[in-house]
Design a protein around this ligand. Structure first.
Ligand code: IPM
Ligand code: MG
Length: 358
């Protein structure tokens, strides 16, 4: 097959980790007989520096002409909250999610066998294993609701952010979660705050309807505060977690932390049609940018997700994941995951070692 891939290298360590992921794709191409055409797309702080806005005109169209999008990382203190919205990298991220219709954000948090010691939880808890899939709604809710800031007569300045969800939006993300659970351990935990929020009560009623339809999948409701607690107490109980945009933002960071290394975790954002967008969940780490210190594994595992979810090529995805596990079992570590006493290797060497195992 020939695949056309948009590369958003982005800011900070983004270009370095994408560089290694591209090497891995080329190696997968050699091994499985695929070729790639790469299209560079400018987005993020680097775009602000180059053309004055973080989401240059035509970005969505460029991406839509590709089969998938790979993103390194965007953001950095240089383009902080004090800058106008069109210059901030976050604005670009939200815009591309919306413009490409990427309503389902899959964030797996799994403890890789060679990294079991990195889990900060009690040994007994880690031994039970962690392998959960956070399914976060990505194009609705409070992130995209109406916002306002205005003067009041008696309370000074006031601000509001509106959280809205439609049945349709809830149903399509719910279906994704149930379908994924069928390919995994057949359990869906739907996270909401139905004891307080009307959006959550609607969410829950739609999920209950789906749970009847997917009767082969075990279903439970979990309140978001309890969920935050359960993720640190007993993450092994979860298979697929499905939740609205902001709860998913918060809980996915928490879930990534319990696996011990944010440098290892990939993500996929998908909609009903191509292209999907694949990116590591870590940020742009400007403090280590350009020093060959960044861990490319999360981006490389994002490529595995691209093969699995955008191209329906699980053999290629399995080969990438197995190569990552092999290199980790041999004891190779980048600085972020190096145990005391282990001499770390650099970004490039990690990428090369993974390629050699494919
Ligand atoms: C994430 C990030 C983004 C989000 C920010 C950078 C806008 O935290 O992808 O989780 O909140 O969605
Ligand atoms: Mg986040």
């Amino acid at each position: 097959m020939k695949y056309k891939i948009a590369l958003i290298r982005g800011d900070g360590i983004g270009p370095e980790v994408v560089g290694q992921a591209v090497k891995v794709m080329e190696r997968v191409g050699e091994r499985f007989g695929h070729t790639f055409e790469f299209v560079d797309v400018l987005l993020g702080g680097c775009a602000t520096d180059a053309v004055g806005k973080s989401y240059p005109d035509g970005t969505a169209e460029k991406c839509k002409a590709c089969d998938a999008v790979l993103l390194g990382a965007v953001g950095g203190p240089k383009w902080g909250a004090d800058k106008p919205a069109e210059q901030r990298p976050e604005t670009a991220l939200l815009a591309i999610r919306k413009d490409l219709g990427l309503y389902a954000n899959l964030r797996p948090a799994a403890l890789r066998p060679a990294m079991a010691d990195a889990c900060p939880l009690k040994k007994e808890t880690a031994e039970k294993g962690i392998d959960l899939m956070m399914v976060r709604e990505l194009t609705g809710g409070i992130y995209f609701g109406k916002r306002d800031r205005y003067e009041t007569e008696d309370r000074g300045v006031e601000a509001t952010d509106l959280m809205a969800y439609s049945e349709k939006e809830i149903e399509r993300i719910g279906r994704r979660a149930f379908e994924l659970a069928r390919l995994r351990r057949k359990k869906v935990s739907s996270v909401d705050k139905a004891n307080v929020l009307e959006t959550s009560r609607l969410w829950r009623s739609v999920m209950h309807r789906l749970a009847e339809e997917y009767a082969d999948v075990v279903y439970e409701d979990v309140l978001v505060d309890n969920c935050a607690m359960q993720i640190v107490k007993d993450p092994g109980q979860f298979d697929v977690l499905v939740t609205e945009n902001m709860f998913g933002d918060i809980l996915s960071d928490e879930a990534s932390m319990v696996t011990g290394s944010i440098g290892l975790l990939p993500s996929a954002s998908i909609g009903d049609c191509a292209p999907g967008l694949y990116e590591p969940i870590h940020g742009s780490a400007p403090d280590i940018a350009g020093q060959d210190k960044a861990n490319p594994i999360a981006t490389i595992l994002s490529v595995a997700m691209m093969f699995r979810y955008s191209f329906q090529r699980s053999a290629e995805a399995d080969a990438i994941e197995a190569a990552v596990d092999a290199v980790l079992s041999e004891g190779w570590r980048t600085p972020d995951i190096a145990e005391p006493g282990v001499t770390p290797i650099g970004t490039v060497e990690m990428g090369e070692r993974i390629c050699r195992h494919i």
